[in-house]
Each structure stands twice: as C-alpha cells, then as structure tokens.
Design a protein around this ligand. Sequence first.
Ligand code: TXA
Ligand code: MG
Length: 342
Amino acid sequence: MPAEILPTHTPALLAAAVDRAAALLRAGEVVAVPTETVYGLAANAFDPEAVARIYALKGRPSHNPIIVHVASAAMARSCASRWPDLANVIGAAFWPGPLTLVVPKSDRVPDIVTAGGTTVGVRWPQHPFMQAVIKACGFPLAAPSANLANRLSPTNARHVLQQLGDVLPLIVDGGDCNVGIESTVVDVTGTAPVVLRPGMISEPEIQQVARGRCPSAQEREPAGSEAGVLRSPGQLVRHYSPRTPLVVWTWRDEEELLRQLDAAGIPPAKTCVLVHGRIPMSGQFPHVVLIPDDPEAFARALYAELHRCDETGASLIVVEALPEGPEWSGILDRLRRAAASD
Ligand code: TXA
Ligand code: MG
C-alpha cells in the first residue's frame, strides 16, 4: 500500500500531521519527516528495534551511524555522557539549525544508532514540524536522510514517495526544504571543532564561534578517534548521487562546452546543463537549468534539479564549476561526491 501523505500548510493540518506521526513513532514505526535540510526517515532513537527498521528500509550499511534529532538543549544533553564546552558554545550559536554536533554518547542511546561507536551525532532542527513532533513524542528521533543508500537525498515529499513510498506508512509533507543540503557535522569531542561533513554553516563560521574558548583539561583528547567506526560515513566517496553520471566543468563559451561534450561522446540533446554564469543560448541544449549564483539559493535548488535531471533520461549532467569560498564548500563537497565514479 502506498504511504499516506499528510500536508502541513495550515495550523490545523500541521497539528493533525504531528498527532498521526507521533502515534506511529510511539508505536515503533518509521515515518518520513521534513526538516530544513533534507527529508528524514525518523524513528524513536531510544528504541533499537525501531532504529533497526530504518537501516533495513534504506539498505543502509550497519557501520554508518545515524543522527539523533532533539527539540531542546536538555534533550540534547540527555543523549550525551558529557556535554563539552565546545558543544555549548557552537550549539548556542547555530541551534536550532542545519548543524550536527558529535559528542560522547550516553548509555540511553542504543548502540545501533551510533553503529557501535562511543559518540553520537545530535541535531536540533529548525523545521516547525520537527520541533512539534519531537516535543509531542517526548523522545529524540533518529533520522538519516529519507533516500535509499547512496542515492540523492530528498528535498520534497514527492522525492521520498518515489524512492520509499511503497514501504512507509506515512510521509509528512512539509514543503520544499529551505536549506537543501545535509547539515554540517562537527566533532566537538576534542580540543578544537573538526568539521566531518561540510554544510551551509561553514567551517570559518564555526571556528570563529569556537575561538577564544579555552578547553578544560578533561577535554584534551583527540577528536574522532573511535576505532572501527567511520569518522563520518558521509565521507564515503560516492554518495549523494543522482543516477545520471555527473561532471563539473568550466568553459569560456558555448563552443568550448560543445567541444568537451563531443570529446566525451555525448550529444547536447542527451545532456542536462546546470549553470550559474555561462548560459548556453544557442538552443542546442534542451535541458539548461539556471541556478542562482548565490550559495544559499544554489543549495536550496540543487537536489531538486538533480532529481529532475534524472527524470529527463539524460546521459550526462554537466554542472558549471562553482565560485571559490568557504560558503560554497558544502555544495562543492556534494558535487564532488556526486561526480565520483563507483
Ligand atoms: O541534515 C541532515 O543531517 C539530515 C537530516 C535528516 O537531519 N540527516 C542526514 O543523515 O544527512 P545521514 O544519515 O544521511 O547522514 C548522517 C551523517 C553521516 O555522514 C554520518 O556518518 C554522520 O552524519 N554521523 C552520524 N553520527 C555520527 C557520529 N557519531 N560520528 C561521526 N559521524 C556521524
Ligand atoms: Mg544521507
């Protein structure tokens, strides 16, 4: 049976969706939920059987830990055995928001959530549905992105329906994700923050907030040293991928773009071009997508455009190389992984 889809665009609909999702989550079910970054596949983080269902539904390798979502500072602390000073400072600056803090795990968090590791990734999301449903449940929600393993993350309810609609009881439709790429993951178990996965909160912003803070002696230990657990499996090279092969190219003019395609043996008609600056205007490219030359707008649009490129049946996605700068590093990271071959 296809998943029930509940909209949230009026207060009454939002309240009804929160009630229905919370009832399923209390019963140990897995529900697709909107967040401001990408859609998530949520279950009670304190229920190992419910979390096991997430791994099974996604086809996720058991060595890849799952982020735990909370709706208050107190709930965040309840997931940790120790709450580092760094977590306080960085959390205060960016939560609720697209930031995950890796902290020492409390015994309350089952091993399956952390893939057997001694740390847990905690995020306090900003999306109103997430805040309301976590509060209604009273427990944190373990939630990876709501895609099949190694596929592109969903940024609207339709994307989730396409990949997982047949196996989920409920997809909550919270509209298009406002951030559009996954959260910045920062390890705060050591003396200095270590960015494990770049995102729209940039490394310099995090370092700036952390600067000037003096770590206590008990925190002087290296970050991310847990043996056997991937530092951040989002670092697996091929990840966040559309099904269509993707390349990142630069070109001076359309002729040069056509020459590069010719060398690759792909006709323009079978190519999707994502551009922010040098727009092919000759009419030889049926699929040209213009993405704004602004990191926030680019991130917001990127996955939806890649999903759409997949749907055109093109043989190749060509993305115009991005501008330099730390504000682009999260987007650059996802494009690099999408471009990596298996
Ligand atoms: O924005 C997001 O983070 C979205 C939404 C749903 O919150 N979630 C998400 O989850 O992207 P997922 O499972 O697709 O990616 C989680 C990333 C992985 O790269 C994982 O390795 C890393 O977070 N991670 C989770 N727990 C960790 C831990 N204890 N130590 C290091 N990395 C961790
Ligand atoms: Mg993911």
